[in-house]
Design a protein around this ligand. Structure first.
Ligand code: HPA
Length: 270
């Protein structure tokens, strides 16, 4: 895999002129940030050797290089979900690419369901920690020590210093932010009432179908990680209404003004 990632990275390097230290993974409906990037280069996933290609409605697949608030970034517009049938290594392939591109900090975002009853659709939450309910993880298998250790530490999957900076930025700009635990299921169905009740007892504040694999790998690779969730609906059994992907995307889009503002300001401070 190392050689494949190197090939991907060499291709990307042949196309780009910038050298960002920060990357952003954009969740469903949160792609608005793209229009705020002063772009220097866009690379379609299908053009990158060994890169998986994305299939889900609301996700276009490209790497975008450019700057926000004069800070160079790399954004992933379109992510890979385990439920689409990708392997965990494919889901997290872009994170391995980030490492060999010498990205130092990763901001991972998602649309999710709210379990904590203080939350409502539109709430933004800093991810404090995760619970992996996907039944597997991307580090399963033989370890390549060139990437990271066999037994990575997960004491601080989302770095405290990034969380603190984000809270300060939010306060300065009057953006209300919650902080809580994200539980990641495999999907693609929206969870049952009993499942939500169970993970509520586990201490989950939000639930979704992404982010956990990428976070595991970023920690393994030593990329400092910040996670921001956008609550698009209350989880099954907490809201009466049935779920729909269109609603998820619509609510994320509605929240995207404050989301973009937050991310743009955070990038400047980290
Ligand atoms: N559950 C899982 N994933 C989600 C949800 C949800 O309620 N909302 C948005 N993504």
């Amino acid at each position: 895999m190392y050689d494949k990632v190197l090939e991907s990275v060499n291709y990307i390097k042949s196309r780009i002129t910038s050298k960002p230290k920060i990357s952003i993974i954009l969740g469903s409906g949160l792609g608005d940030l793209v229009s705020h990037i002063e772009k220097s280069c866009e690379i379609n996933y299908e053009d990158i050797p060994h890169f998986p290609v994305s299939t889900v409605k609301g996700h276009s697949g490209k790497l975008i290089f450019g700057s926000i608030n004069n800070v160079e970034i790399m954004a992933l517009s379109g992510r890979f979900h385990f439920y689409e049938g990708y392997s965990m290594k494919e889901v997290t392939y872009p994170v391995f690419v980030m490492k060999l591109l010498e990205i130092e900090k990763m901001i991972v975002t998602n649309a999710c369901g709210g379990i904590n009853k203080n939350y409502k659709p539109g709430t933004l939450m800093i991810i404090d920690d995760f619970i992996n309910l996907m039944g597997t993880n991307p580090l399963y298998g033989i370890n390549d020590d060139r990437f990271g250790p066999r037994f990575p530490d997960m004491t601080e999957p989302y770095k405290k210093y990034l969380i603190e900076t984000t809270k300060e930025v939010a306060k300065k700009h009057n953006i209300i932010l919650e902080q809580g635990v994200y539980a990641g299921f495999q999907g693609p169905y929206y969870e049952t009432r009993a499942e939500i009740k169970m993970i509520s007892g586990f201490g989950a504040d939000t639930v979704g179908m992404s982010t956990v694999p990428e976070t595991i790998v970023s920690n393994y690779l030593g990329i400092d990680t910040l996670g921001i969730s956008c609550v698009t609906n209350m989880a099954t059994g907490i809201q009466a209404m049935k779920h729909s992907h269109d609603n998820v995307v619509k609510t994320a889009k509605e929240a995207s003004t404050k989301f973009v503002k937050l991310i743009a300001c955070v990038i400047k401070e980290i």
